[in-house]
Each structure stands twice: as structure tokens, then as C-alpha cells.
Design a protein around this ligand. Structure first.
Ligand SMILES: [Zn+2]
Length: 325
């Protein structure tokens, strides 16, 4: 197919078949050398183009992959956010439920206290009796532990319902208490007044009793006479105390009683203090149990400094000793 000229030119003979004439193509040697170079150049061009294309494709793919990864991450984030929200919600329900339980226990305690208050009132106040019993024992366990048991949605729903019930029950309890407690407090205050109003305090510093309640020989006449109180010997000017809290109804002076005070207490009780050297309260004053009301003396029908102390119940003198012993 080809013949060569050793010099600068090369001749290519092209024979197609027997019918066609042989064609001669004259090529210069330089041209012949250029052909492979052109081929190599065009091949490398192709490779470069392919490389460029493939790197473009790769970068596109990479972009797609990174977009997908981002999307996946977002989905994961959203899912984990949702899980966190659910967990928070569950924890809140658990918290709320435990708060409801604690609150209910506290309210039960208040209810029980109110009951105790009523019992106290009933014990100390004979004039009023009321109230119905309701008590519940409190079991406060501080120490907690145990195995971990996973929580299901249905458990959460149950807990939420239970909590709602607890709150409703508390509301009912509160309503009841709102009605009961003021009444009980009023009774308690009344009882407190009765307790502090009942004469129980020994009215002088000295405990030396020189004459008791009842029939005796009169120190002035020597004849039998009724002594309506007790006589307590003491220092002239020593303090005289109110045996119970109450209202001062009399501060007077008479030949027999000397300077004297009458205090009125609840339940038809009065205390009388006689032969005082000085009166330190006025009619209408409200005095506390144990407060100083006068100074001991020997005014009136008296043989020496002493306090004649008398308790009057429903206008009749009674033995003071059961009150102030
Ligand atoms: Zn007396």
C-alpha cells in the first residue's frame, strides 16, 4: 500500500482493486511526521475534555450528595427535636402529676389539722359542737429509687387523666375548706377567749392563805359568819394580778370591802379583788390574764395587808380554789 522515497518526499500508492488504477499520493516527510503528533494532540485534547466533563459531573454529584446529606440531617434534627419535645411534654406531665399529688397530700393535712382544731374546740368549748370526721394518714417517702421502666403514650394519657382528676378533687376540697375553715377559726377564737377568760391564775405573789372559803369565825365579831372568798396575806403595795382575761366592770371603795375591783369573764364568771391600796385599771378596761391590775393593801374591814379574792358564778360566790389552785 505504501512505497517510500528515501529523500524528502514519500509516495503513497493506493490500490483499491484490479479494475481501478493505482493512485499515487505524494507526502512530504514532515507532513508524515506531523500526523501522529496531531493524533496525539487531538487524543490528549479529548482526554482533557473528558476529564473536565467528568469533574463537572462529579462536582454536580457531590453537590447533590451534600444537599441530600443536609436534607437527611435536617430530617434527623426535626425528628430528634420532636423526640425532645415529646420527652419534655412527658416530663411535664409527670411533674404536674407529682405536684398534684403533693398538693393533695398538703390539703389533706390541712383538712386533718382543721379536724384536730375542731376536736380541740369540742374538748374545750362545751357550748358549741359541730363538724364531721375526715382523716387520712400521710405517708411522705423522701427516699426514691427502683428499676427504670419505659413509658408508653397510653401511660402518659392515663397519667394526664389521673392528674386532671386529682386537680378536680383538690378544687372540691378547696371549696369545702373555704366554707369550713372560717367557721372553725371563729370557733377556735371563741374557745381561745373562753380559755383565757376563765380565771386560773393565782392573783398575788404570796401563796399564804390566811382564811378559806366557807363558814368561819368572824375576825371582828368572833361569831360564825360566811366567808365568800379566800384571804391571801401579802406585802403592802405588792402586785395583784387578773386571774383571767376579761372586762373591768367595777372599781369602787366601800367601808367593808375597801378599794375593790370586779372583773367580768365569759360563762357568767366574775372575780372580785378587795382591800386594795391602789387601783390601776378603770371601768371598761379589757385586761389580759395575769396582767397587773392593783396593789395589795389593807383598806376596809381588814386586820392587816391581804387580798380578799372571790369568784362569783352566776351571781353566787363559789370556792375560788378549784379555779386558781
Ligand atoms: Zn376575806
Amino acid at each position: 500500500m505504501k512505497s517510500a522515497n528515501v529523500n524528502q518526499r514519500l509516495t503513497l500508492l493506493v490500490m483499491r482493486d484490479a479494475q481501478h488504477a493505482v493512485k499515487q499520493i505524494h507526502l512530504s516527510k514532515h507532513l508524515l511526521m506531523a500526523i501522529p503528533a496531531v493524533a496525539v494532540l487531538s487524543l490528549s485534547g479529548l482526554v482533557v475534555a473528558m476529564q473536565a466533563h467528568s469533574s463537572q459531573v462529579v462536582s454536580q454529584l457531590e453537590q447533590q450528595v451534600s444537599v441530600e446529606t443536609l436534607k437527611n440531617r435536617q430530617v434527623q434534627l426535626t425528628l430528634s427535636n420532636r423526640e425532645q419535645s415529646m420527652e419534655r411534654l412527658q416530663n411535664e406531665i409527670i411533674n404536674l402529676s407529682s405536684q398534684a399529688k403533693t398538693m393533695k397530700l398538703k390539703m389533706d393535712t390541712v383538712d386533718e389539722l382543721e379536724q384536730q382544731l375542731k376536736e380541740f374546740i369540742n374538748k374545750h368549748n362545751t357550748t358549741r359542737v359541730s363538724g364531721k370526721a375526715s382523716s387520712q394518714s400521710i405517708n411522705d417517702s423522701e427516699h426514691v429509687g427502683g428499676e427504670y421502666i419505659a413509658v408508653h403514650d397510653s401511660d402518659m394519657l392515663d397519667l394526664a387523666k389521673e392528674t386532671k382528676d386529682d386537680f378536680q378533687e383538690m378544687r372540691k376540697l378547696l371549696d369545702e375548706m373555704q366554707l369550713k375553715v372560717p367557721n372553725t377559726l371563729e370557733q377556735a377564737q371563741e374557745t381561745q377567749i373562753q380559755i383565757s377568760g376563765t380565771p386560773t391564775i393565782w392573783p398575788t405573789v404570796s401563796k399564804v392563805m390566811t382564811s378559806s372559803f366557807g363558814y368561819r369565825t368572824d375576825p371582828f365579831t368572833g361569831r360564825a359568819a360566811f366567808h365568800a372568798g379566800i384571804d391571801i396575806a401579802g406585802d403592802e403595795g405588792g402586785p395583784v394580778y387578773a386571774a383571767g382575761s376579761g372586762i373591768v366592770v367595777t372599781t369602787e371603795e366601800s367601808g367593808a370591802r375597801g378599794r375593790y375591783i370586779i372583773i367580768e369573764h365569759p360563762n357568767g364568771l366574775q372575780t372580785w379583788y378587795m382591800h386594795l391600796s391602789r387601783i390601776e385599771v378603770s371601768v371598761g378596761d379589757s385586761v389580759d390574764k395575769g396582767s397587773k391590775i392593783a396593789r395589795l393593801g389593807s383598806t376596809g374591814r381588814s386586820t392587816g395587808p391581804h387580798l380578799h379574792f372571790q369568784v362569783v358564778k352566776d351571781d353566787k360566790p363559789v370556792n375560788p380554789l378549784p379555779y386558781v389552785k
